[in-house]
Design a protein around this ligand. Structure first.
Ligand code: NAG
Ligand code: NAG
Length: 214
């Protein structure tokens, strides 16, 4: 990886990872997601898909299957692309008529996610399990999910192009944060800094969502 190329950049990264840990324990224990885009997967929006960037060092593009009870199952872009790549295998297994009376198909494994096929009130369902969460989807929800393939792929490529910029900006803000004693003045100090650009959505979201919340 190119970032470890020189002793100087190595020291730079160690310094910021260190500041990040201090920051993390001081301010919050939850990773914040920025530039988030949310698509409903059901008519009511009870289940949804979001794509965004989890801000940490380094930041990562994350696709989340969630519901409005706060349940979230994260998929990496790699798992996402394998999942949509298998749609021609998955969809027939959710066909009510075709699967009626047949044995339950064996689970499928994609990265850290297990796909299990089952039935609820005899309707075929797909359950996605990861170590952190699980979500159960009906066939129409799965169809809506696969329908978003190109939108999600487009977002993943735009987001991949800005993760380095986010890491730099986040590091700079951490630098400011470690030098501010009074946390009530934190976001104001950041907004007043000459490098803050109010027309830059990354600047705005980083400060408001990570450093601005009380
Ligand atoms: C703005 O932030 C940088 C750190 O990124 C700091 O070195 C500089 O002193 C700040 N400017 C002001 C006016 O505080
Ligand atoms: C933070 O606190 C230390 C000691 O309490 C003090 O020396 C320093 O000047 C303070 N820094 C700011 C930016 O207020």
């Amino acid at each position: 990886m190119t970032i470890w190329k020189t002793e100087q950049t190595r020291r730079y990264y160690f310094y910021y990872i260190f500041s990040y840990l201090i920051f993390f324990f001081r301010y919050r224990a939850k990773v914040v997601r920025i530039l988030e885009r949310r698509y409903p997967l059901t008519v009511t929006g009870y289940k949804y898909l979001t794509v965004g960037i989890d801000v940490k060092l380094p930041s990562v593009v994350t696709i989340v299957l969630g519901d409005c009870h706060g349940k979230e199952l994260s998929l990496s872009p790699t798992v996402w692309s394998e999942l949509v790549g298998k749609k021609n295998v998955i969809l027939p297994l959710l066909q009510y008529e075709e699967t009626k009376g047949k044995r339950t198909p064996p689970p499928m494994y994609i990265g850290d996610v297990t796909l299990r096929f089952g039935r609820i009130n005899s309707i075929p369902m797909l359950r996605l399990d990861s170590s952190s969460s699980k979500v159960t989807l009906s066939k129409s929800t799965v169809l809506n999910l696969f329908n978003l393939e190109y939108c999600v792929n487009r977002l993943i490529s735009s987001f991949n192009a800005v993760t380095d910029t986010i890491d730099k900006k986040f590091s700079r803000l951490l630098n400011i944060a470690t030098n501010v004693n009074d946390s009530t003045k934190l976001s104001r100090t950041m907004y007043e800094n000459e490098s803050f650009d109010r027309n830059d959505i990354i600047d705005c979201e980083l400060i408001a969502l990570i450093f601005g919340q009380n």
